[in-house]
Design a protein around this ligand. Structure first.
Ligand code: TMP
Ligand code: ASP
Length: 239
């Protein structure tokens, strides 16, 4: 499968058409941005690390019955995927207070939530992905009622599976962002699952092993991404 026309360049990936109209290739980039692109940099080796982490996690979720767009890795940075129409509603799932939730509600970072919290954001670079709720989704016709129900059901299931997966690798899944796509009346998990889109803390030291090291200039960014890859590719042990 070869890359054909460049379809779209995002902040972390470039999408290419292929010979098959139903399939696309995502090339993962080392470029890193934060705060709606206001902070820019490079995380050396990130493209390959995030492609591999995403591949392992998509395969794991498929085994658990979650439909994903993932097909296979074609090279260290090229992921073959089903072509889906992205639903412009980003889902953030939270297990522990951090980031914007900590700021918005004035709760200290690190407090465990009794129940997972699901948030919707309108996927719009121009607007900086504003937070919305299910009524905005409905009024703006961003997704059908059936799609939204499915997105919520899948998001909670994905959270359960990923929390278990990471816990077996001594990683706390603090929060993460998901994107979904539609195709032939079905909803698929799309985009990527990586330290760019998840907050992951070492379970015993609570060291941050994710993009917050870049966002907050904590140093050791590359090492943190490599450490997540090492644990994700390892066998894992149930504690
Ligand atoms: P937040 O605390 O900044 O709202 O982020 C919540 C989670 O979503 C965190 O794991 C990082 C991820 N995220 C993205 O993947 N893309 C984004 O544009 C933002 C704002 C957050
Ligand atoms: N990905 C977003 C950006 O590039 C925000 C973030 O991850 O902090 O601005």
């Amino acid at each position: 499968m070869e890359k054909r026309d460049r379809l779209h360049e995002g902040k972390a990936k470039i999408a290419f058409a292929t010979d098959d109209p139903g399939l696309v290739i995502f090339e993962f980039k080392d470029a890193a941005t934060a705060f709606d692109g206001k902070k820019k940099g490079t995380i050396s080796g990130k493209g390959a690390v995030n492609a591999r982490i995403s591949a392992v996690l998509f395969k794991y979720l498929e085994e658990k019955g979650i439909p994903t767009h993932f097909k296979e890795l074609l090279s260290p940075v090229d992921m073959l995927a089903l072509k889906v129409e992205i639903i412009p509603v980003e889902v953030v799932m939270r297990n522990i207070v951090a980031g914007s939730l900590s700021k918005r509600l004035g709760i200290e970072e690190g407090r465990a939530l009794d129940e997972p919290v699901l948030e919707f954001y309108y996927k719009s670079d121009e607007l900086g992905d504003p937070m919305i709720n299910q009524y905005h989704v409905k009024a703006m016709k961003l997704a059908s009622d059936d799609e939204l129900l499915r997105i919520v059901e899948l998001s909670f299931a994905i959270n359960r599976h990923l929390k278990n997966f990471f816990a077996a690798r001594q990683l706390e899944l603090v929060d993460f962002k998901l994107e979904f796509g539609r195709r032939d009346g079905e909803v698929y998990l799309a985009d990527e699952i990586s330290p760019d889109t998840c907050r992951l803390w070492d379970m015993s030291t609570r060291e941050k092993l994710d993009k917050d090291r870049f966002r907050r200039d904590l140093g050791g960014v590359e090492d943190a991404y490599q450490e997540v890859l090492r644990r994700v590719e390892g066998p894992g042990t149930m504690s």
